[in-house]
Design a protein around this ligand. Structure first.
Ligand SMILES: N[C@@H](CCC(=O)N[C@@H](CS)C(=O)NCC(=O)O)C(=O)O
Length: 204
């Protein structure tokens, strides 16, 4: 399998955390792919009409995009404990948590691109809203953090941990740890996993 990949993309990082958790690293060849809204990448577009990463190309030519779909496909190649619980409350909890983390990522990426515009072209209300969404997301994670720490590692944790790691990577002075001690403790646990260490963001 081939994966359009970048060390800066949080959506790619979720996929790569799953790759390592599932022991699939020798089956996924990474293709370093630079994407940007202002300069569509024709190589990625050849495989994915939307030109986004991550994009996974299977050996039989089928293509998957959308990180959560790729993660669940990879999980289906594995017979051990699944990262996507099969059914019941555990599945809904994992998917709810993943959705919160992924939604925070969506807001953080939009926030960052807004901030990178010249000040005169920024929309101040949007900046305020992205800040509010991030604070609200953190509040929700804090309320769930003790339960999160007791849950076996799954896609919910991948989503939340990647969002917090991206917050640290791109918004290093946000200063969330002091006011969110439970989330901070859980994040320390998350950061110790091999899969998380091996996929650290690099601004290459
Ligand atoms: N919802 C998608 C988001 C993927 C996404 O937006 N990736 C960014 C890179 S971090 C991208 O490809 N941006 C270029 C573009 O949207 O054209 C997913 O979860 O895979």
């Amino acid at each position: 399998m081939k994966l359009h990949w970048s060390s800066r993309s949080p959506y790619v990082r979720k996929v790569m955390i799953c790759v390592y958790e599932l022991g699939l690293e020798n089956r996924v060849e990474r293709i370093s792919s630079v994407v940007s809204l202002s300069k569509p990448n024709s190589d990625v577009m050849r495989d994915n009409p939307l030109g986004r990463i991550p994009t996974l190309i299977l050996d039989d030519g089928r293509v998957f995009h959308e990180s959560v779909v790729i993660c669940e496909y990879l999980d289906s190649l594995h017979s051990g404990t699944p990262l996507f619980p099969a059914k019941g409350e555990a599945r809904w909890t994992a998917l709810r948590r993943h959705a919160l983390g992924n939604g925070m990522l969506d807001a953080l990426l939009l926030w960052r691109s807004e901030m990178m515009k010249p000040v005169a072209r920024q929309t101040p209300e949007w900046l305020t809203t992205f800040d509010l969404k991030t604070r609200n997301g953190l509040k929700a994670i804090e309320a769930d953090a003790d339960a999160l720490a007791r849950t076996p590692f799954d896609i919910g944790q991948v989503g939340l941990g990647t969002a917090l790691a991206y917050l640290d990577f791109r918004f290093g002075d946000f200063g969330w740890r002091e006011n969110h001690p439970r989330t901070c403790a859980w994040m320390q646990q998350f950061a110790q996993r091999d899969s998380v260490k091996k996929t650290a963001f690099i601004d290459a």
